[in-house]
Design a protein around this ligand. Sequence first.
Ligand SMILES: Cc1ncc(C[n+]2csc(CCOP(=O)(O)OP(=O)(O)O)c2C)c(N)n1
Length: 670
Amino acid sequence: MGDVRTTASFTTPSVGLDTDRMRRLYRALLLPRLIEEKALLLLRQGRLSKWFSGMGQEAIAVGVTFALEADDWILPMHRNLGVFTTRSLDLGRLFRQLFGKDGGYTKGRDRTFHFGLLEKRIVGMISHLGATVPVADGLALAAQLRGERRVAATFSGDGGTSEGDFHEAVNLAAVWKLPVLFVIENNQYGLSTPVSEQYACADLADRGIGYGIPGVVVDGNDVLAVVEAVGRAAVRARNGDGPTLLEFKTFRMRGHEEASGTDYVPQHLFEEWSRKDPLSRFEQWLLTRGLLDEATRDKLRADLKPVIDTLVDEALAAPDPVSSAERELADVYAPSALVVSEPEPSAGAAERRYVDAIQDGLREVMRRRRETILMGQDIAEYGGVFKVTEGFVEEFGKARVRNTPIIESGAVGAALGLALDGFRPMIEMQFGDFITCGFNQIVNNLAKTHYRWGQGLPVVVRVPVGGGTGAGPYHSQNPEAWFTHVAGLKVVAPATPHDAKGLLLAAFQDGNPVLYLEHKFLYRSTKGAVPEGYYTEPIGPARVVRDGTAVTIVTWGVGVTWALDAADRAAEHASVEVIDLRTLLPWDHETVLASVRKTGRVLVLHEAPLTGGFGAEVAARIGQDAFGWLDAPVTRVAGLDMPVPFSKALEEIYSPRGRLLAALEALLAY
Ligand SMILES: Cc1ncc(C[n+]2csc(CCOP(=O)(O)OP(=O)(O)O)c2C)c(N)n1
């Protein structure tokens, strides 16, 4: 490692700490060290299963937390015990969390520091490095929108800065001048990989230039330097001058986690860095200046240790979580706040296109709920590529209708942060295909938070899906099945203008993340009566859109139009029932099973490819729960197992539409 440049040091005590604060800072630095000494003992005894050591790095977690106000947000990582102790979390509960016991912050559902505690303004990590960094943007945006002087400090290791989320988040914060402190804890290794194989700039702080924000290198083993640098960055952020990239140089004194060893680290580095240990350095500094004496130091240690020992013993003796499948499943989703609303009796209904119905719904919710914030690419003055938000900036202003840079992951992460602080954000994916770039945020961050630590996330992701427009493999996919596998999400796929508006309004009312799959082919090809004003269609129930007795077609989205068309054509000799599922997750088994019991024949139709498609789930359920009622095998008609081709002639080969009628006739003739 090169020379450490510092913004402040023990020789420049400009941090303005009085003796009392100095002593509190010392105690704050000591506490995680003592807890960790205990944790290492427990690990050796096999009583703790996992530990990521932050020993020798405590000055960063402690210094950052100490320098900030109690209502500033902090998003710590796996080595940041010092954040939790400095924010004075209930240590007994924290230990139960670490041991996976009953009474821990996640009830045994997630490990170590993977939890949030909103009353302490802490939002914990998920395992995926980088994934909490954009969440800080959302929290900071919430403060900015409300005119509060609160900042968000988010941690990353040096390795984590290579993740796309990190880049997207810093860039977004820079562009929006968000009050974020990007704290890089550069301990010079990412697991076994040294920083020389992680990045090619001299210092990570140098990247600040590229983002147009200040980048500062700080001696991360000098707690006063940390406090000073954070204080300055926080003042800047609170004054509306935007984010700062703070790179704290330090060293990882132990293995990546205790089981993985340190053979790949040159021994002399441990010797060098142990001389810079942040706790003994600060202690010496205080002793030399007479701000601490040895007796006080010893007493502090002697007082803290038995407290830790007792709380650890109590936590170890606590019972393991007792639960049941029902209780666990019940916590996957936040209770839905949905009250089904009928249109006002006096409200008229107008013939509207599907795309206009979506716009109507969005406008309605924007008018009713000021906490609704729309974010997406080109959605502001331009109105979105499909013009869904045309005219919205004029009516609602740019603070609520926000162009993001070209980011998907960062935008979803920011939406998560907004939702944590009471907003109801919506993200528009420009095309459904690009949702792949936000996949992790959706399936691991949005979807799992309520189960893990009980926080509902009302985030709507609008996803223009599907083909039929000759747009090729990357503007035509229907990604439904990638998400219907993910507990914690809701997935809706309206087929009519009426449902498009009603389900969108329901999605905004739900307390959970909802993927709203709007079909591009339907935007301007489908019209129908849409009530004026506010109403909701409940998420979950399917709709029987055509009654029949001979066969059931189960479908959704664009498939409904195709199914009705096929039903018309077969009508001369067969009575076809068509069910529009409308919601794929959670889906309405009962309506489907009731229909199958009546008709004895069922065809499941969808646009996305056959193998692993959502139709397989529907077919399997029918096979299991209605086998005795079937007069023929369940038929699936779906896209071919191939990418969606560009040429319209080829797309017709891909699409199930052309195969539907023949399959229906074959099923009827079985
Ligand atoms: C997206 C992702 N990829 C890989 C991993 C596995 N992993 C966990 S920690 C780690 C190293 C992290 O290094 P760094 O960000 O420098 O933090 P440090 O552990 O050094 O504090 C890796 C590779 C992960 N958790 N998430």
